[in-house]
Ligand binder design. Structure first.
Ligand code: ADP
Ligand code: MG
Length: 442
């Protein structure tokens, strides 16, 4: 067989048991593939402290490692809390720093464990391979220069029959500044390497049996989806199934490289295959997802119809806060604009919108800007939505029977999802009822 890129997620390298399974898996498959590259959620040392922590971890000095880890987290946390104004950016930065620190020693550990089992292996720092622009929050890889570096550094190792173990999640700018690849960044690393190395397959190992019909922590009867199209998985990921991040699969989608999602803790089950056009791709809803901790902001006023540009200015004001709008929806009347944002940004966004519309508010063209907090977007995803009549009716029927009040219905941009908003208290029941109606009884 040809070239395989395997990625182990945070949960797959987070404990002794997990690391052991991960290494077992690499050992099991290494002889079946001519070229094998492993990606683990990790970060190499960018400061002396990080390097020291990595060394103490390698020495097995877990106490010192933990201590440094905590110190670093606190130090970054202090700076971020003090300096970053946007709550959303703060939250996302803290999560990224945490993710970087959590994993930074793992590539070395995995490579060392493989060598102990006589599999030639070398840890490779992804900052040497993946070049991005300098948008720290949302760094975008530069494909051409990245692929050159990937081939330059990895092909000689692969030719010698070595297994490169690459740190996931991080990259660097052309000037050498470290950039995180954002949420789900290690998946992205694997997809980029798959693209650059012209891989035959990319496998991501996680802690569930594959992409499932609902978050298994929410729906006991969730099932593994054996096959999905790229479109469906993007939609699923966008609407909250954090098992894969939408952006991360783009490099392999463009090349049509098959992607498997598999379980590190249950490697015998095949998992989910994601391909361009699965033969079973029609007819059904594949999954139900939820995104929590959101707010709906409504801009409302009888005079709005006569004033051009209010929507554009509202969304421009939101965009200036660096907050992304998850969904735009039409409420009951035409004299309002509703949109959904992460709840942590609500105060900031409300203030920005009120500021932008100050004149209209004073003139009473806009009556008020108000928010409904703690709402959840629930989505049904599947290519079949397009072609199956009556699905929407069944979904809303199920919600009605469960006495769930639908706050708003939102039209996604694609044709393979149907989304709506419910209160946080109804979210689990909504997901379960819809799952029962269109998947279990589907
Ligand atoms: P990793 O560290 O391997 O990248 P993640 O935590 O990013 O793992 O993603 C796996 C988790 O995604 C699972 O543990 C599961 O709880 C959650 N999840 C949410 N929705 C789904 C879904 N539809 N299918 C599978 N997993 C899901
Ligand atoms: Mg992940």
């Amino acid at each position: 067989m040809g070239t395989l890129v395997m990625k182990f997620g945070g949960t797959s390298v987070g404990s002794v048991e997990a690391l052991t399974s991960a290494v077992d898996i690499v050992m099991q498959y290494k002889d079946e593939w001519q070229r094998l590259v492993v990606v683990v959620s990790a970060m190499a040392g960018v400061t002396n402290a990080l390097i020291e922590a990595a060394r103490s971890a390698e020495r097995g000095d877990a106490e010192r490692y933990k201590q440094i880890h905590t110190e670093l987290l606190e130090r970054h946390g202090d700076v971020i809390e003090t300096l970053v104004k946007s709550a959303e950016v703060r939250q996302s930065l803290l999560a990224q720093v945490e993710e970087m620190l959590e994993g930074f020693a793992n590539a070395r550990v995995v490579a060392a464990l493989l060598r102990e089992r006589s599999a030639e292996s070398e840890a490779v720092d992804a900052t040497q391979l993946i070049v991005t622009d300098d948008r720290f929050q949302d760094a975008v890889p530069k494909r051409e220069v990245t692929c050159k570096l990937v081939r330059k550094h990895l092909e000689p190792l692969l030719k010698k029959g070595l297994i490169p173990v690459v740190t996931g999640f991080i990259a660097a700018t052309e000037d050498g500044a470290t950039t995180p690849l954002g949420r789900g960044g290690s998946d992205y690393t694997a997809a980029i390497l798959g693209d650059c190395l012209d891989a035959d397959e990319v496998w991501t190992w996680t802690d569930v049996d594959g992409v499932m019909s609902a978050d298994p922590r929410l729906v006991a009867g969730a099932r593994v989806i054996p096959k999905l199209s790229y479109n469906e998985v993007s939609e699923l990921a966008y609407f909250g199934a954090r098992v894969l991040h939408p952006k991360t699969i783009r490099p392999i989608v463009e090349r049509g490289i098959p992607l498997w999602v598999k379980n590190t803790f249950n490697p015998e089950v095949p998992g989910t295959l994601v391909v361009a056009d699965p033969k079973n791709g029609n007819g059904n809803i594949k999954a139900v997802t939820a995104i929590e901790n959101l707010s709906m902001i409504t801009v409302q006023g009888m005079g709005m119809l006569g004033v051009p540009g209010i929507a554009a200015r509202t969304f421009a004001a939101v965009a200036r806060q660096g907050v992304s709008v998850l969904m735009i929806s039409q409420a009951s009347s035409e004299q309002s604009i509703c949109f959904i944002i992460p709840m942590e940004a609500v105060a900031q966004v409300m203030a920005a919108v009120e500021d932008e519309l100050a004149v209209e508010l004073a003139r009473r063209d806009v009556d008020k800007v108000w928010s409904m907090d703690d709402v959840v977007i629930v989505s049904a995803v599947g290519a079949g939505l397009r072609s199956t009549p009556g699905i929407a009716a069944r979904i809303f029927g199920a919600l009605g029977r469960a006495q769930i009040n639908v706050v708003a219905i939102a039209q996604g941009s694609s044709e393979c999802s149907l989304s709506f908003l419910v209160g946080a208290g109804d979210a689990a029941q909504a997901v379960q009822s819809i799952h029962e109606e269109v998947i279990v009884n589907g």
